[in-house]
Design a protein around this ligand. Structure first.
Ligand SMILES: Nc1ncnc2c1ncn2[C@@H]1O[C@H](COP(=O)(O)OP(=O)(O)O)[C@@H](O)[C@H]1O
Ligand SMILES: Cc1ncc(COP(=O)(O)O)c(N)n1
Length: 557
């Protein structure tokens, strides 16, 4: 089988050749080998780097089929009673990626954080019955497979995939659990090699599974993973992702992607955690979800890898179960329940580290769309973004906000809207930032509900205290230095910032004239409540936003 993107996205629903939206077309001017630095969940200050070779035309996003068709992934996998892996991980991954997920259960396992205590295989005719029910009715876009515990189940699945072709088939060749317990016996290998892999669009073995597929050759290095990816590709799948989560002696977690022509190494710092049970299932489901939405294969793989990084980093110390195979949180929500108010808050104060505030005048000056500016900033490592569009038409602002939100979500970066609660609500942004003469915080909270982030500009300890009483999440304090971006804005200097930060019960981000030459001095006032710097001109009034963001991030981290 050929390994082209166009083949993968078979135009069953008629959008394989859809034109690229202008935003994506313009954003594809990457150098050949590029290092895309993205921030992890800012609980840690690690920054990921995806060492990937970008392919401009192949890495574009495709337009969804129609506005009404919900992207749909069917997972054919086993149930994990502990909820960390298998069907449960697949459902959570698809929900987190906003894709519908149906399920065909191949086995029920009794499993927890210690290991697998029992496996009950579903008879193949009942697997067939489930496949018939879903595939005959529900317009599945992508099928993702996990635990396929018997050769007959593999065969039944292949028959159904021939009868009901789908746009893409993602195969996670699950063989053992992370605890080392066998989930699929060696008999299924015949089915994989003879039937399933040749139908597969991407197969995602970990290093042990890659070794089994290749008859037992050990994989000990990234170079071995590359060789294995090539050899597995020869078995029929159009794309191969050899996952390096278990690669010994590696500080990084490196996955090797091979599309039949090019190799790509996707690299991120290894998260030191026990909460990694279900990463393989999640990664494959995430790839399936992105493909169902219309992404290219490389883009789907990159998004999935980034999703895992953010979720693992967030979940590194989640206490669930007494064993070492602990699950992680796909929704980044479990730790943020504010017990006292019952309010569930997604806000993490460390998100304030490098806060990018857009400016339409600067974007016009440099000939950029707001989305291009935001994309460059988050690629450079901005940890939170605020859209501040004082003179935009509502419709234009809303459209731009939706595009920016999509970009920010794919990087796990919160997006706030300045002042315009209506726009924030309409696009489901993560929150708002208001000034002292904008919507009062208390009203904003009642309109936005408990989950959204609300920030408020404060110059004095009294305003900071009021912000806390009214239910804000953070305060923006400044202008620290004189600036042109805001007329008649009194400068409070480092002394004023220190005074407000000492008094504030809320996390503080400094704003006003902050740039590469003074950002360090700001952070060095050493106030625990001061979590970062917010910048406008020093990112957006510059030729290369991405480079400026990286440089500033390095200074404040
Ligand atoms: N500790 C970790 N830190 C960062 N990424 C990890 C870690 N463990 C696994 N991953 C990533 O999770 C995904 C699943 O990999 P792996 O754990 O090797 O698969 P499996 O769960 O099938 O054994 C890969 O993208 C891998 O790089
Ligand atoms: C039902 C089921 N499917 C897949 C896995 C693999 O997940 P992991 O490699 O994280 O143990 C599992 N443990 N259980």
């Amino acid at each position: 089988m050929a390994s082209s993107e166009s083949q993968l996205l078979r135009p069953r629903f008629g959008y394989g050749g859809a034109p690229v939206p202008p935003f994506f077309r313009r954003s594809l001017r990457f150098p050949f080998w590029t290092s895309v630095h993205t921030n992890t969940h800012p609980i840690s200050k690690n920054h990921l780097s995806l060492r990937v070779k970008m392919q401009p035309e192949a890495d574009m996003m495709m337009k969804p089929v129609s506005d009404n068709k919900i992207p749909h992934v069917l997972t054919v996998a086993g149930s994990d009673s502990g909820g960390g892996a298998g069907i449960q991980a697949d459902l959570k991954a698809c929900a987190a990626r906003r894709v519908y997920c149906s399920t065909v259960i191949t086995a029920v396992t009794a499993q927890n954080t210690v290991g697998v205590q029992g496996v009950n295989i579903v008879p193949e005719d009942f697997v067939a019955e489930q496949l018939q029910s879903v595939l005959s009715d529900m317009h599945v876009d992508v099928v993702k497979t996990g635990m396929l515990p018997s050769l007959n189940i593999v065969k039944v699945l292949c028959q159904f995939l021939t009868k009901f072709p789908v746009r893409a088939l993602v195969v996670d060749p699950v063989m053992k659990s992370s605890s080392g317990d066998v989930l699929s016996g060696s008999s299924v290998l015949t089915g994989f090699l003879g039937e399933l892999l040749p139908m597969t669009d991407i197969v995602t073995p970990n290093i042990k599974e890659a070794s089994v597929l290749l008859g037992g050759v050990p994989l000990k290095s990234v170079s071995d993973m590359r060789t294995a990816a090539k050899l597995i590709h020869d078995l029929g799948p159009r794309n191969v992702l050899v996952k390096g989560g278990d690669l010994p002696n590696s500080l990084d977690s490196v996955d090797v992607f091979f599309d039949g022509k090019e190799f790509y190494e996707l690299c991120s710092p290894r998260v030191n955690t026990r909460n990694s049970h279900g990463t393989g299932c999640t990664l494959a489901s995430c790839i399936a979800a992105e493909l169902a939405k219309g992404s290219s294969m490389l883009s789907a793989v990159k998004t999935a890898k980034h999703f895992i990084d953010v979720a693992l980093d967030y979940s590194r110390d989640l206490a669930i179960g007494s064993g070492v195979q602990r699950p992680f949180d796909h929704f980044l929500k479990l730790k943020n329940i504010n017990q006292s108010s019952g309010r569930q808050n997604m806000f993490n104060p460390n998100d304030l580290l490098l806060y990018a505030v857009t400016d339409s005048t600067m974007n016009r000056k440099w000939g950029r769309t707001i989305a291009e500016a935001v994309k460059a900033a988050v690629e450079g490592g901005a940890t939170i973004v605020q859209l501040r569009e004082k003179d935009a038409e509502t419709r234009d602002f809303l459209d731009a906000s939706k595009v920016c939100l999509e970009i920010c979500r794919s990087y796990g970066v919160p997006l706030l809207i300045n002042d315009r609660l209506d726009v924030a609500l309409a696009c489901d942004a993560d929150g708002v930032h208001v000034g002292q003469s904008d919507m009062p915080v208390r009203l904003a909270r009642s309109l936005l509900g408990p989950e959204k982030i609300i920030g408020v500009s404060c110059k004095t300890p009294e305003q900071a205290h009021q912000a806390w009483i009214d239910g804000a999440d953070y305060i923006g304090c400044g202008g620290v230095y004189p600036t042109n971006t805001k007329a008649n804005n009194r400068t409070i200097g480092l002394d004023g910032l220190k005074e407000v930060s000492q008094a504030s019960k809320l996390p503080v981000v400094a704003i006003g004239g902050i740039n590469l030459s003074n950002a360090r001095a700001v952070m060095e006032i050493g106030e625990p409540k001061l979590k970062g710097v917010a910048v406008v001109s020093s990112l957006f009034d510059r030729a290369c936003i991405l480079t400026e963001t990286r440089n500033l991030l390095a200074l404040v981290s």
